[in-house]
Design a protein around this ligand. Structure first.
Ligand SMILES: NC(=O)c1ccc[n+]([C@@H]2O[C@H](COP(=O)([O-])OP(=O)(O)OC[C@H]3O[C@@H](n4cnc5c(N)ncnc54)[C@H](O)[C@@H]3O)[C@@H](O)[C@H]2O)c1
Length: 265
């Protein structure tokens, strides 16, 4: 179903697009008539996405921590699809040993989850400007809350939210809008692997942190990304759209009424 007619015929580059969330995002772009370039180190996932989604999707094996690999990816994308209109940065690592995280892992996680996105944006700046393009970065609810045992991931997601504001200011005069999405728990490769592919178990554990009592579908995150790429969001700049089922709006009391407990005698 074409939600946004202005997306048709344009090209999105999804860094980290080979994972479940990235693939659903690619599917959502294809449904709007877009072409998609998936840049990822996961060859199996990338090839699966191309198989599922067809001709309009290309996979380029790309390590976003390598400038040479990024240059080769952009060259291949331009050759096949002429130019890039949308850059979506999904890439992340879950390297995180809390306070015990080694320097090597801190730097590696930063390179994958933040620096790669910044370098991609810089290398695409002229092209995005010429094509009135859009950048969408992936932040997270984790950017805004302390989470037990986690130091690296929340810090990088918070940095991504700030990078989004800085890029928005830099690129807006050149006609490029930059925003982020901040998902709550979302059905994904990582949650599937952790739970033994048990969606009901993940909803039981993660659901109570979200007002609808369940976690998100990847397609629900994709809906917000499409909105941010479309002209329907033409004055939305430098912000994070929370796609978190109310996770960040809820306080520790959640749906309970503790005052009622106090009044029980
Ligand atoms: N899963 C969730 O519940 C959740 C919640 C909030 C935000 N998010 C965000 O959504 C996005 C996707 O999360 P996910 O859980 O699907 O993660 P994931 O680990 O499944 O996906 C990350 C992708 O990045 C790719 N990647 C890793 N290193 C790379 C590199 N050096 N070069 C290129 N690609 C590389 C991986 O191959 C993978 O395809 C992330 O930005 C994450 O922070 C996820």
């Amino acid at each position: 179903m074409a939600l946004y007619e202005d997306l048709a015929g344009r090209t999105a580059l999804i860094a980290g697009g080979a994972t479940l969330i990235g693939r659903e995002l690619a599917r959502a772009f294809v449904d709007q008539g877009c072409r998609v370039v998936i840049a990822d180190i996961d060859c199996a996932g990338g090839k699966q996405a191309v198989c599922e989604l067809g001709e309009g999707v290309m996979f380029v094996e790309t390590d976003v921590t390598s400038d040479t690999a990024i240059d080769a990816c952009l060259a291949a994308a331009r050759e096949r699809f002429t130019g890039i209109d949308f850059l979506v940065n999904v890439t992340t690592s879950y390297l995180d040993d809390g306070p015990a995280t080694s320097r090597e892992n801190w730097l590696r996680a930063l390179d994958i989850g933040l620096v790669g996105a910044a370098v991609l944006a810089h290398k695409l700046a002229d092209e995005l400007s010429a094509r009135k393009g859009v950048i969408v970065n992936f932040s997270s609810v984790s950017a805004h809350r302390a989470q037990a045992g986690r130091f690296v991931y929340p810090a990088i997601k918070a940095a991504m939210a700030q990078l989004t504001r800085s890029q928005a200011l830099e690129f807006a005069p050149r006609g490029v809008r930059v925003n982020a999405v901040a998902p709550g728990w979302t059905w994904s490769n990582v949650l599937s692997a952790l739970s033994g592919n048990d969606r009901a178990k993940v909803d039981a554990v993660g659901g109570p942190f979200h007002m609808p009592g369940r976690i998100a579908e990847a397609a629900e995150i994709a809906g917000a990304v499409l909105f941010l790429c479309s002209g329907a969001s033409s004055f939305v700049v430098g912000t994070e759209i929370r796609v978190d089922g109310g996770y960040l709006a809820m306080g520790p009391e959640r749906g309970e009424v503790p005052i009622a407990t106090l009044m029980e005698h």
